[in-house]
Design a protein around this ligand. Structure first.
Ligand code: ATP
Ligand code: ZN
Length: 224
């Protein structure tokens, strides 16, 4: 029997969580998230909310484990590239761009680094979380480099002597400034999106998704 309830993956804890939960509420989805449970059942709609690390969300949608996922484009892009290399399924649909989660993915170097353009990065070690997005940029720029993959504390890597430069997510630039770094290249711009699994949903489920999408439009235009 096919799963009857619509499954939606959201970030459990982090920068996207509050805005995602707020948006679901504004769409009329009632759900109690005041527990530590992995799955929360909506009280008023046939919807289950799966709360996970953001990194797991694109794969859960691409593997058809969940129907929808709220995710940053940067994470979706990185996972897509990683899966292409590994020959794993990547198909999905981006069904809505969302009005939160805006950030840029930028290369930054020490304040006193004499930066003359992307060639100044030649043969340096660059610390980042999203190695594939960085790799694409550096290959297109034709600049050889080595990468150092860190899933956290990327901004302290230069000071800690782990890397010569970093490539990290930036919104205000305050974190870079606090670590004595300056932003020198913006290589990707990201916002949060709603992604859907590629295989068709049952009629009822798709109707529910369409209703949610219409409500998101209503909420987002009201805010403009
Ligand atoms: P998780 O524990 O779920 O893996 P995380 O540490 O990878 O969390 P967060 O820092 O919560 O991720 O960021 C989630 C997403 O928020 C980012 O992937 C990005 O799309 C978006 N974002 C918006 N502004 C920023 C910012 N200034 N720094 C980092 N991420 C940002
Ligand atoms: Zn993450």
């Amino acid at each position: 029997m096919p799963e009857q309830r619509l499954r939606i993956a959201i970030q459990k804890k982090g920068r996207l969580s509050d805005d995602t939960v707020k948006l679901l509420k504004a769409c009329g989805v009632k759900v109690n998230l005041n527990t530590q449970r992995l799955i929360a059942h909506s009280e008023n709609m046939p919807i289950d909310i799966l709360r996970v690390r953001d990194d797991d969300i694109p794969g859960l949608v691409m593997d058809g484990v969940v129907d929808l996922g709220f995710i940053g484009q940067n994470v979706l892009e990185e996972e897509s590239m990683m899966r292409k290399v590994a020959n794993e399924p990547t198909s999905h649909k981006v069904v809505k761009e969302l009005a939160f989660g805006d950030c840029r993915f930028s290369i930054a170097v020490d304040n006193d680094f004499d930066y003359q353009g992307v060639q100044s990065l030649a043969n340096l070690r660059i610390a980042t979380t999203y190695v594939h997005i960085l790799k694409r940029f550096m290959e297109e720029a034709n600049v050889p480099y080595t990468s150092c993959m860190l899933t956290g504390s990327v901004e302290v890597a230069p000071r800690a002597g782990l890397a010569d430069a970093i490539c990290d997510l930036v919104s205000t630039g305050a974190t870079l400034e606090a670590n004595g770094l300056k932003e020198v290249e913006v290589i990707y711009r990201s916002t949060a999106v709603l992604m859907q699994r590629d295989e068709p949903l049952t009629g009822e489920k798709q109707e529910l998704v369409d209703r949610i999408l219409t409500r998101i439009d209503g909420v987002q235009t009201a805010k403009e």
